[in-house]
Write a protein of this length. Structure first.
Length: 279
């Protein structure tokens, strides 16, 4: 009976979807939708156009046609540098995701709604146990359109004494950066985004300093964290950290009119023309 059921699962129909990759490592593939899936140990990687071998490797910004077996494991990736025609629907494979895109509101607007996120100044939730196993955590941040194209974005944390260049991020496109790090489950840290200095830290949507974000690494295989930076501190009008133009003062010139005839008295301040006092 068990063997027959296994045979039916193995013979089940495969599911194919296309999308853009965000990351690929340690037996998992991540798409820019925020969904992550397990890949088969003997995964087949082909060229999406020819169907044959390819020199491309799964990486950020590469387009892929993913084939899932009946158990939800990715068994084939067909890669392309150019966008692929839409095929399939991620809603059909969401149940297989080990890291799914969250339907909840932006965590910046619904602070600490997640059970695994402590209240400000608090520790790990007491009703959640952690094994300490290594967890792949991917941070994805959307930056404001005013961010210079040449800017680098970093994550500073309380674990690094708020070093402004502690964790450099990789640019995905004009408005998105990402980085994947491994942390033991149960790790708690506070973090902020910046552009390489304390003067260029992120600020809140109201233009004021924002409290550090808090994160507790869950007891899962992978986790994707999506954040939004609304503005940078050094780009706020009137900020003391905003870059000012270089202005050189005009030096004192003791002879501003060198071609005047000699012997002329120095210029005098204008005299007021008042009528003589009445007698």
């Amino acid at each position: 009976m068990v063997m027959a059921l296994a045979a039916l699962i193995a013979a089940g129909p495969s599911i194919v979807v296309t999308g853009q990759l965000l990351d690929y490592q340690d037996g998992f593939v991540f798409f820019t939708t925020g969904d992550g899936f397990r890949v088969a140990p003997a995964i087949v990687i082909h060229d999406a156009k020819t169907g044959g071998p390819t020199k491309l490797v799964p990486a950020a910004r590469i387009w892929a046609r993913a084939t899932f077996d009946a158990t939800g494991t990715v068994t084939e990736l067909d890669l392309s540098r150019a966008p692929l025609p839409p095929e399939g629907n991620f809603a059909d494979v969401t149940r297989f995701a080990v890291a799914a895109s969250s339907p909840a509101p932006n965590p910046d607007l619904l602070a600490y709604a997640n059970l695994a996120t402590p209240a400000p100044g608090g520790g790990a939730p007491t009703n959640v146990s952690y094994s300490g196993k290594p967890v792949l955590v991917t941070f994805i941040v959307q930056v404001p359109p005013t961010t210079p194209l040449t800017s680098s974005v970093y994550i500073s944390t309380d674990q690094s004494a708020w070093n402004a260049q502690a964790i450099p991020m990789d640019r995905i496109d004009a408005l998105h950066y990402e980085i994947t790090r491994r942390y033991p489950s149960g790790t708690i840290f506070n973090y902020l985004y910046d552009r390489g200095s304390l003067q260029s830290e992120e600020i809140a949507q109201n233009g004021l300093s924002r409290p550090p974000r808090k994160f507790v690494v869950p007891d899962a295989d992978v986790r994707t964290v999506s954040d939004t930076v609304y503005a940078w501190q050094d780009q706020v009008p009137g900020s003391i950290n905003q870059q000012q133009p270089q202005i050189m003062p005009t030096p004192y010139n003791p002879a501003p009119f060198p071609n005047l005839p000699p012997g002329l008295p120095p210029p005098q301040p204008p005299q007021s023309h008042k009528p003589p006092p009445a007698r």
